[in-house]
Design a binder for this molecule. Structure first.
Ligand SMILES: Cc1ncc(COP(=O)(O)O)c(C=O)c1O
Length: 296
């Protein structure tokens, strides 16, 4: 983006560190932003209170769309670039537009566990700004402006493996069906959560994607043990805020992010992926049901 060195770039403080790492790697400064309790996404009011920003990374966390239209309108007025992180949200929409088409640039991950998962690492970048795309094309292949002519610094080899690309092309056709299956599984989990002990995010919009099934609890270790006793492994996305991590906060602008901190302490990730068999789903449902029965 040709930003001046050490530009301030806002990131959501609960988004797993990926955005902060990228900001630091590019020689800039992450500014940690709090998130909303209602949807776990970057808090627009907190974001708008920041001054001196050059860009914001909007992570559509867990497959749910952040308030991207509002953020883009505000950013445009304030000459702030918007980078959408769509790693977890491929297929999600706001109105009739897919997430990843609102900001200046969108980043995608094809890591095997993602909605469109490949057979190894891989990713993509999209933009409707041709000068940004031209620059990315140069950077992804050694900084070549033409074959063997290295015309810019910081070029690298970032090509998508051809076999992986072929697999991803085949799998793309199934993306909507697989996202639909994730949604059906989540709805089954919600049915079992009859006391609302686990899922506070019960009304994920129809056009969003349930990439992860995130529950919250004040008794995380009890919950993990309970699910383990049913043979269900619980994940945490993510246990630490970016601002609390020594590998990320050394250059950064630290600010209070109470909601992100609270969510990192309380979140649990219940297994969800399209290939779960019906009997596996029933095992998870039983664990959810009995957790509710415990009155937790
Ligand atoms: C929200 C988010 N952003 C970025 C990434 C990084 O993607 P990759 O592993 O393909 O670099 C991930 C991967 O886990 C992610 O979940």
């Amino acid at each position: 983006l040709d930003l001046p060195e050490k530009s301030n770039i806002a990131v959501a403080d609960n988004a797993g560190g990926y955005a902060s790492l990228a900001v630091l790697e590019s020689g800039h400064v992450p500014v940690f932003c709090d998130v909303s309790e209602e949807n776990f996404q970057i808090n627009v009011t907190d974001l708008q209170s920041l001054v001196g920003l050059k860009a914001v990374v909007v992570t559509h966390l867990y497959g749910q769309a952040a308030k991207i239209q509002e953020i883009c309108e505000w950013s445009l007025k304030n000459s702030i670039y918007v980078i959408e992180d769509v790693a977890q949200a491929l297929g999600a929409q706001v109105g009739d537009k897919k997430v990843g088409t609102f900001g200046d640039i969108a980043c995608f991950s094809f890591y095997p566990t993602k909605n469109l998962g490949g057979i190894g690492d891989g990713g993509a970048v999209a933009s409707d700004n041709s000068s940004i795309i031209d620059r990315i094309r140069v950077l992804k292949q050694y900084g070549w402006s033409e074959r063997y002519k290295i015309s810019t610094t910081k070029g690298r080899n970032s090509r998508l493996d051809a076999i992986n690309a072929a697999v991803l092309t085949e799998k793309l056709v199934k993306l909507d069906a697989e996202n639909y299956r994730r949604r059906l599984i989540y709805e089954k989990y919600l049915e079992s959560d009859f006391n609302h002990s686990l899922f506070r995010n019960r009304n994920i919009k129809e056009d969003n994607v349930v990439h992860l099934a995130i529950g919250t609890t004040n008794k995380k270790s009890d919950l993990i043990k309970h699910f383990q006793s049913h043979g269900v492994q619980i994940g945490e996305h993510y246990p630490h805020t970016d601002s609390s991590q020594s590998g990320l906060n050394y250059l950064s602008i630290l600010r209070p992010t109470p909601i992100a901190s609270m969510l990192c302490k309380s979140n649990v990730s219940i297994p969800i992926y399209p290939n779960l068999t019906d009997s596996q789903i029933e095992v998870v449902r039983k664990a959810i049901y009995t957790w509710n029965e415990l009155g937790e």
